[in-house]
Design a protein around this ligand. Sequence first.
Ligand SMILES: *Cc1c(COP(=O)(O)O)cnc(C)c1O
Length: 390
Amino acid sequence: MNDGSSLARKILGAIKIAVGEAPAALHEPYFIGNEWLYLKECLDSSFVSSVGKFVDLFESDLEKFTGAKYAVAVVNGTAALHIALKVAGVKAGDEVLVPALTFVATANAVSYCNAIQHFVDSESITLGIDAYKLRDYLNSHTEQKSKCCINKTSGRVVRAIVPMHVFGHPVDMDGLMRISHDFNIALVEDAAESLGSYYYGKHTGTLGLMGTLSFNGNKTITTGGGGAILTNDYELAKFAKHLTTTAKVPHAWEYRHDEIGYNYRLPNLNAALGCAQLEQIDKILIAKRDLFYRYQRAFSGLEGLQILSEPKGCKSNFWLQTLRIDPDKVGYQNEILEITNEAGFMTRPAWALMSELNQFKGCPRMDLSTARLLSSQLINIPSSPILATR
Ligand SMILES: *Cc1c(COP(=O)(O)O)cnc(C)c1O
């Protein structure tokens, strides 16, 4: 046996110690509450689409849970990002700072605004944007003109920054909020992966100007497909609601729309599922944390890798449990993925860097060496809450 397959077998063994011998998916939904009841209520009442009580209820439940003053429910997390960027003032031809190490939705939303992705590096504790490195970069590559941050090379306005809380671990928000303030760049948090994660006591997605959530089937809670925009600003929330509901001017019977809007509203059926799921979130979070402790024990003493834990001052939701293999062992990443998947334990690498995708090849970027290394080191392992119960 070579070193790679020997490490892969040890990892497989540790996963089995933590979650048992039966095959395990990466992340499955967990329905243990009123899901059937609320869905039946929608069907019985015939309110399955864009009107019905569950949308308002889901929004107010989200406000209560996250502490955001306003939540606007939408069809998915990508649509939430699109509208949050528009509401934050991103216009055609602007640049938006986006981590190279993220899911493609973060970058796509920038293109939907006809803006340009400007890729930034990550750091290896939180896996999120490296605020120290970014500050140096902005100091030397941008200048301030009438309260706007201008990229000295392209001449374009750097309008917004979209940090992402990777796998549920909160990014260095303090450093990023100071950058947002000092450089006049709007901060929009992609909190799609971090429902139930807190940065020094504040829920992720509520610290910036706006934040976005996703309730896709593989996320911490699911509405089938769905998302939400969070903000503490009444005007921004009102504008977000307007844009996501076809920009219709409120009126009892008239159809009048005062700009190009979007049909992004969350159907009542999906919101009903969301209400039931949110009632169970404390149990889900406890199960996911328990799973982390199981993995931590199972992997302790195994050389050549670490299991990712929550950053200082933060509470992570542990959405996806993550191994980081040592830099001298990144050559084994594929073998580890092969052996674990073949044995029925679903594991996945982190995303290919956005800066390497064909559609984003021409976009501006800073040095991305840490993101590149991380992308070759990270492996997600089975993370469903149900695994903590077997
Ligand atoms: C899941 C996810 C989204 C949104 O995805 P949808 O499927 O559109 O809800 C956005 N950003 C990140 C980082 C995600 O993981």
